[in-house]
Design a protein around this ligand. Structure first.
Ligand code: HEC
Ligand code: HEC
Length: 499
C-alpha cells in the first residue's frame, strides 16, 4: 500500500487527473500488516491489496508510455535539486517517490550513461576502480525476492578487474537492500560510542601521564582494545573488526561504505558511468581519471558532454528512499510439526556459536534520521525512521543477525586479490553479513557461490571454523532444523504489481 502511495505521488504533478483520485483512497486507508504469523489476510484485505497492485500496474504502464511518447520525460523524475530540498519544498513522501524513481530508472545516454556516446557496449568486467557498464538500473541487479531485493548469480558484478577477463575481477553478488536505514543508524551509534571511548582514553592518558588501555565494547559487541599514550598517540594494533578511525562501515560485503549516500554514488559511478555532481566537484582541483574518466573538464569528468549526471538532491532522495524501505521480518512456519523443528533450530543457532558474529539484535537509541547535504551547508533533512516510507518497520531492537564487524573467514573465502580501493582489508576478510531476509536472498556468500544455506555455513572458515565444525557435527535432523529456522528470516509477503 505504501508502495502505491509512493508511486502515485511520483506521478502527481504530471498526471494529476489520473493520480489524484487514487491518491485520496490510498492515503485514507490504514497501513495493514497482511499475513500475520504466516496466515493469509482476510478476503477484504486481500481484495484491497489486489486492487492496489492493479492500480500500480496501470500507473507504471502509463509512466512507461509517457516516457516513450516524450523522450526523456522519465529522466525529469530523477533530477532533484538540493537547493529545493533545503528550501523545504519537499515532504519525506516526495523524496521517497523521487528516490524510487532513481532506483527504477534505466540510465541512458541522455543521462550521461558511460562516457563516449559512440562507444556504449556493456562491459561486465570492471576496469579497475573506474568500474564498468554492467547494467542500466539499480533495480536491474537488486530485484530478487521482490523490489529492492538481492541478485541472482547472473546479476553478479565483477569489480576491480582488467576490463575484459572475468578471472581478473572480484566477483560479488548483489545483497538485498531492505532495512538499510536501521543498519546505517546502528553503525552510526556504534561508531559514536567507540570514538567516545577512544577520546576518554586519550584524555585519561594525558591527565595521568601514562598509557591507558580501553576495552572497546559497545552494545555487548567487542571491538578489541585501544591504548592511548600520554603523548596523545594511539596504539591501534589490538582493535578488531573496524578501521582505525573507529567508523563502522556497514555497507558492501567488506564493509567499506559508511552511508547510503556514498553507496549510491559509488553504485551509479561503477555500474552506469554516472558521476554525481558532488564527486565531480570534489575532484575539481585534483582530477582522478582512474575513478571518473578521461574528460578534460572537471564538470564533465568522463567527457561525454553531460554535466551533473546525478544531482546532489538525487543522492539525498535515494538515501531517504533506501533508508525507509520495509524491514525484513521473522515468519515462523505455521504447521505445528515444523514449528517444533523451527524452535530446535532457533536454540541451535546460539548453541553452536552462530550468534557470536550473527548477533541476533542490536538496540537502536535514536529513531530520527538526519540526511545531511554534501555541499550546501544547509540543515539536514529529518526523517522519522519508524513513520516514513514502507511498512513493516520491525522494532528499535533491530533483528539484524550481525555484529557489523569484519572477520577473517579463512583461505576458502579469500578473493583473488585485495579490493584495490581498500588494500588494508585482507582478501579473506568480510563484514558479518546480516542474515535478516535470508530466505529471499539466495545464492549466498559474497560471490554467490552457495546455492543453499547449509552450503554457505559449510564454506565458513577462519574465525568461524569452530562454529562451522560444530554445525557439521550436528545430526542431519538438527542441521535441517537450523536450516528451517534460518528460512524463517524473510520479508513480509505482499501483493505486487507485475511490473
Ligand atoms: C550490476 C549489478 C548492480 C547494480 C546495477 C547496482 N548494484 Fe548495488 N550492489 C551490487 C553488488 C554486487 C553489491 C555488493 C558490492 C560490494 O560488496 O562491494 C551491491 C551493494 C549495494 C549496496 C550495499 C548494501 C549492503 O547491505 O551492503 C547498496 C546500498 C546498493 N548496492 C545500492 C545500489 C543502488 C542505489 C544502485 C543504483 C544506483 C545499485 N546498487 C546498482 C550490484 C549492483
Ligand atoms: C566469525 C564470525 C562468524 C560466525 C561464527 C558465523 N558466521 Fe556466518 N558469516 C560470517 C561472515 C563474515 C559472512 C560473509 C562471508 C562471505 O560472504 O564470504 C557470513 C555469511 C553467512 C551466511 C551467508 C549470508 C548471505 O546472505 O549470503 C550464512 C547463511 C551464515 N553466515 C550463517 C551462519 C551460521 C548458521 C553460523 C553458525 C553455524 C555462522 N554463520 C557463523 C561470519 C560468521
Amino acid at each position: 500500500m505504501l508502495q502505491r502511495v509512493r508511486r502515485l505521488s511520483a506521478l502527481a504533478g504530471c498526471a494529476a487527473l489520473l493520480a489524484l483520485p487514487l491518491l485520496a483512497t490510498a492515503q485514507d486507508a490504514q497501513p495493514s500488516t497482511p499475513w500475520p504469523q504466516g496466515g493469509p489476510p482476510s478476503d477484504v484485505a486481500l481484495s484491497e491489496l489486489v486492487a492496489d497492485a492493479l492500480d500500480l500496474f496501470a500507473l507504471e504502464r502509463f509512466e512507461e508510455f509517457r516516457d516513450a511518447k516524450e523522450r526523456g520525460e522519465d529522466s525529469g523524475h530523477i533530477r532533484v535539486f538540493q537547493d529545493d530540498i533545503d528550501a523545504g519544498q519537499y515532504t519525506v513522501d516526495d523524496l521517497f517517490a523521487f528516490g524510487d524513481s532513481v532506483f527504477g530508472h534505466e540510465f541512458r545516454d541522455l543521462d550521461g550513461y558511460g562516457d563516449d556516446p559512440a562507444v556504449r557496449p556493456m562491459q561486465r568486467v570492471h576496469a579497475g576502480a573506474r568500474g564498468g557498464r554492467d547494467n542500466f538500473s539499480c533495480l536491474g541487479c537488486h530485484s530478487l525476492g521482490g523490489p529492492d531485493g538481492a541478485g541472482a548469480a547472473t546479476q553478479n558484478a565483477y569489480l576491480f578487474g582488467d576490463g575484459a577477463d572475468l578471472d581478473s575481477a572480484l566477483e560479488r553478488n548483489p545483497p538485498m537492500l531492505l532495512g538499510l536505514g536501521m543498519v546505517q543508524e546502528l553503525a552510526r551509534e556504534l561508531s559514536a560510542d567507540l570514538q567516545r571511548q577512544r577520546d576518554e582514553a586519550l584524555a585519561a592518558a594525558q591527565d595521568q601521564g601514562r598509557d591507558v588501555t580501553a576495552h572497546l565494547v559497545t552494545r555487548d559487541i567487542d571491538f578489541g582494545r585501544i591504548t592511548a599514550r600520554a603523548d596523545g598517540s594511539l596504539d591501534l594494533s589490538a582493535v578488531e573488526g573496524v578501521d582505525d578511525d573507529l567508523v563502522v562501515k556497514p555497507f558492501g560485503w567488506k564493509g567499506v561504505f559508511p552511508d547510503l549516500r556514498r553507496a549510491t554514488e559509488d553504485a551509479a559511478r561503477v555500474h552506469f558511468g554516472i558521476q554525481s555532481s558532488v564527486i565531480a566537484e570534489q575532484h575539481r582541483d585534483a582530477p582522478a581519471p582512474e575513478l571518473l574518466g578521461p574528460g578534460p573538464d572537471w564538470w564533465d569528468p568522463d567527457g561525454d558532454g553531460k554535466q551533473r549526471e546525478l544531482e546532489e538532491g538525487s543522492l539525498t532522495a535515494a538515501s531517504v528512499y533506501l533508508a525507509t524501505l520495509e524491514v525484513p521480518t521473522i515468519l515462523p512456519p505455521a504447521s505445528p510439526a515444523l514449528r517444533n523443528r523451527w524452535a530446535q533450530g532457533d536454540a541451535l543457532f546460539d548453541a553452536i556459536g552462530c550468534n557470536d558474529c550473527h548477533v541476533r539484535a542490536i538496540g537502536m537509541a535514536n529513531t530520527v534520521w538526519l540526511e545531511y547535504p554534501d555541499t550546501t551547508g544547509a540543515a539536514p533533512f529529518e526523517v522519522e525512521l519508524f513513520h516514513a516510507g514502507e511498512e513493516p518497520k520491525g522494532s528499535p531492537n533491530v533483528q539484524l543477525f550481525s555484529d557489523l564487524k569484519r572477520h577473517d573467514m579463512g583461505p576458502g573465502l579469500a578473493e583473488r586479490h585485495a579490493d584495490t580501493s581498500h588494500p588494508n582489508i585482507g582478501a579473506s576478510t568480510w563484514l558479518t553479513r546480516p542474515l535478516w531476509g535470508l530466505a529471499e536472498t539466495a545464492p549466498y556468500l559474497h560471490d554467490g557461490r552457495a546455492a543453499t544455506v547449509p552450503e554457505a555455513i559449510l564454506a565458513h572458515g577462519g574465525e568461524a571454523q569452530e562454529s562451522r565444525d560444530a554445525f557439521e557435527a550436528l545430526s542431519p535432523e538438527e542441521q535441517a532444523s537450523l536450516h528451517v529456522f534460518l528460512l524463517s528470516l524473510t520479508r513480509t509477503p505482499k501483493v505486487r504489481s507485475p511490473l
